[in-house]
Write a protein that binds this ligand. Structure first.
Ligand code: ADP
Ligand code: K
Ligand code: ZN
Length: 437
C-alpha cells in the first residue's frame, strides 16, 4: 500500500495562483467577521474598510494596521469576540506583558479547522495511524499540550496525554506503551536523555521513531543532538496561541525549514525598524493573519518572532512556503522551558512586596539541560531584617506569587541593600546566559 503523505493533497499541492485565490476568498470572509468585533470595527473603519468589498487583492491587507499583544490585552475580555457567546466552545489564554492575559475563543468549527491543520502537520512528519503519541507538553490554558491532541487522535494515533514533567512516569509510559512519537520542548528532550540511565532505562526499552519539538528556540545543532542521542528524527514545530497554537508551521520529512500552512495563515515579514514588508529571503519579523477562525479573528498580528521566508519550493511537493527556524525576538519576551515570560510581569510581582527595594535582577541560565530562572532582589533599607524566619517567609511569598503569575518556579535570592550594582541610565534588568538562538 502506498502511504498517502498528505492530509489534503489537493490543498497542500495547490499551485501558487490557486492558493492565492483561496487566500483572498478566506481573507474577505475574515474581514467580514472582524468587522463584527468592536475592536476591528473601529480599526477598519478608520482606514476606510467598511466591508470585505474594500479588499480587492491580497496586497490590500497593507491598508490595515498591525495588531499587537497589547491590542489583545486592551480588547480583553470580549473586544475581539466575533460570534455569540454560546457559539464559543473553548478558550485559551497566554501571558500578556503584564497582569492581563490575552484570550482566544474558538467555535466548534474553528477547532475542527485547527485539528485539520494538526493532522496535516503530523502527517508531514510521517506520523500515521498506529503510532503511539506521548504528549509531554503542558495541558491547560496554554495551547502546547491540547493543541496537537485532537489532531493526533483524528489521525488514528494512540494518544498518551502525559503532559509535562514527572520524568520517571514519562519513561514508564514510553516503555509500557512503546511510544513512537514524543511531543516536547527540545530542552525537555535533552533532560529526558540525561535522566534515562539513572532511572534504569536504556534506548532498547523503547520504540522511539520521532520527536516533535517546539515552543522554544533551539539551534540546528540541538536538533541533531536530540536525533543522535535517541536515534530518532526530530522535527521543528512552530505556533503561538494567538494563531491557534501548534501547527502554524511544521517541518516535513525533508527537514529544511517549516511549511507555514498558507491556506490558513496569510504570511508577511516586515523590517523590525521601519515595519515595512521585506522580500522573501530577507530576515524580518513574522506577521500573520489567521484565515480559518471566526471566534476571534486576528489580522496582521506582530508575532515579534524573527525568521526568513524561504522563496524556493520544497522538494516534498507541498506548495506552502517554508520559514527558517526562529532567529530571535524583537521584544524582551523570555521563553523559559517553553513558557513565555515578560520581565514586566516579574517586576509587577516584585514591586508589590513592600519589603523589597526597587533594584532587582532577572537571570536566566541553564541548570543541566533545563532553564533556570533566578531573581536577585534587595530587601529594602528600613525593612531590612536578618530574622531568618521573616526572610524565609518573604522569599516563599515571592516564589509563590511568581508561580501564580508566570507558572514558573523561580529561585529567589534576597540580599542586603547595596548588593546589586546601582543602575545608571537604561537599567539592565535581565541577564540571559543561555545563548539559545
Ligand atoms: P506555544 O505553546 O506553541 O509555544 P505560545 O503562545 O505559548 O505557544 O508561545 C508562542 C511563542 O513561542 C512564539 O511566538 C515563539 O516566540 C515561541 N516558539 C514557539 N514555537 C517555537 C519554535 N519551534 N522555535 C522557536 N520559538 C518558538
Ligand atoms: K512558547
Ligand atoms: Zn516540504
Amino acid at each position: 500500500m502506498i502511504q498517502n503523505l498528505y492530509e489534503d493533497e489537493e490543498v497542500e499541492r495547490l499551485d501558487r495562483d490557486a492558493l492565492k485565490a483561496l487566500q483572498l476568498l478566506r481573507l474577505k470572509k475574515t474581514i467580514t467577521t472582524a468587522l463584527i468585533t468592536p475592536f476591528y470595527k473601529e480599526r477598519l473603519m478608520a482606514v476606510g474598510i467598511q466591508s470585505a468589498e474594500d479588499i480587492r487583492t491580497l496586497e490590500d491587507i497593507r491598508k490595515i494596521p498591525y495588531t499587537t499583544k497589547d491590542d489583545l490585552r486592551e480588547a480583553y475580555p470580549y473586544g475581539l469576540l466575533a460570534v455569540d457567546r454560546d457559539e464559543i466552545v473553548r478558550m485559551h489564554a497566554s501571558s500578556g506583558t503584564t497582569g492581563t492575559p490575552t484570550v482566544i475563543y474558538h467555535t466548534q468549527k474553528d477547532l475542527d479547522n485547527w485539528t485539520n491543520m494538526t493532522v496535516r502537520s503530523l502527517k508531514a512528519t510521517g506520523c500515521h495511524k498506529g503510532d503511539v503519541f506521548q504528549n509531554m507538553m503542558t495541558y491547560g490554558l496554554f495551547t502546547g499540550g491540547i493543541g496537537l491532541h485532537y489532531g493526533a487522535e483524528k489521525l488514528g494515533m494512540l494518544v498518551i496525554p502525559a503532559s509535562s514533567g514527572n520524568t520517571r512516569r514519562q519513561f514508564q509510559l514510553m516503555k509500557d506503551f512503546q511510544t513512537s512519537t514524543i511531543h516536547a520542548t527540545p530542552s525537555y528532550m535533552l533532560h529526558l536523555y540525561s535522566r534515562m540511565e539513572e532511572m534504569g532505562y536504556s534506548l532498547s526499552d523503547f520504540n522511539l521513531k520521532r520527536a516533535l519539538i517546539g515552543a522554544e528556540p533551539h539551534s540546528e545543532e540541538i536538533r541533531q543532538k536530540i536525533e543522535e542521542l535517541f536515534h530518532i528524527d526530530a522535527y521543528n514545530s512552530y505556533g503561538l496561541s494567538e494563531m491557534n497554537g501548534p501547527s502554524v508551521a511544521f517541518e516535513c520529512t525533508e527537514k529544511k525549514g517549516m511549511h507555514i500552512w498558507e491556506d490558513a495563515y496569510l504570511v508577511e515579514t516586515i523590517d523590525r525598524n521601519s515595519l515595512e514588508p521585506v522580500e522573501d529571503g530577507v530576515e524580518g519579523e513574522l506577521v500573520l493573519t489567521i484565515l480559518i477562525r471566526t471566534g476571534t479573528p486576528i489580522l496582521r498580528y506582530r508575532t515579534k518572532d524573527l525568521t526568513t521566508v524561504i522563496p524556493e519550493a520544497c522538494s516534498c511537493g507541498r506548495t506552502s512556503r517554508r520559514i527558517t527556524r526562529i532567529k530571535g525576538r524583537t521584544d524582551d519576551m523570555l521563553i523559559i522551558n517553553g513558557v513565555n515570560v515578560f520581565p514586566s510581569q516579574i517586576e509587577e510581582v516584585i514591586m508589590k512586596m513592600p519589603e523589597i527595594g526597587t533594584n532587582y535582577l532577572i537571570k536566566v541560565s541553564k541548570k543541566g539541560t533545563l532553564d533556570q530562572l533566578t531573581i536577585q532582589t534587595e530587601v529594602g533599607g528600613d525593612m531590612f531584617t536578618d530574622n531568618a524566619q521573616d526572610l524565609h517567609d518573604l522569599r516563599r511569598r515571592i516564589v509563590e506569587e511568581l508561580q501564580a503569575t508566570i507558572t514558573i518556579k523561580a529561585l529567589v535570592e534576597l540580599h542586603e541593600p547595596g548588593f546589586l550594582p546601582v543602575q545608571q541610565g537604561k537599567a539592565i534588568r535581565v541577564i540571559d546566559e543561555r545563548n539559545v538562538y
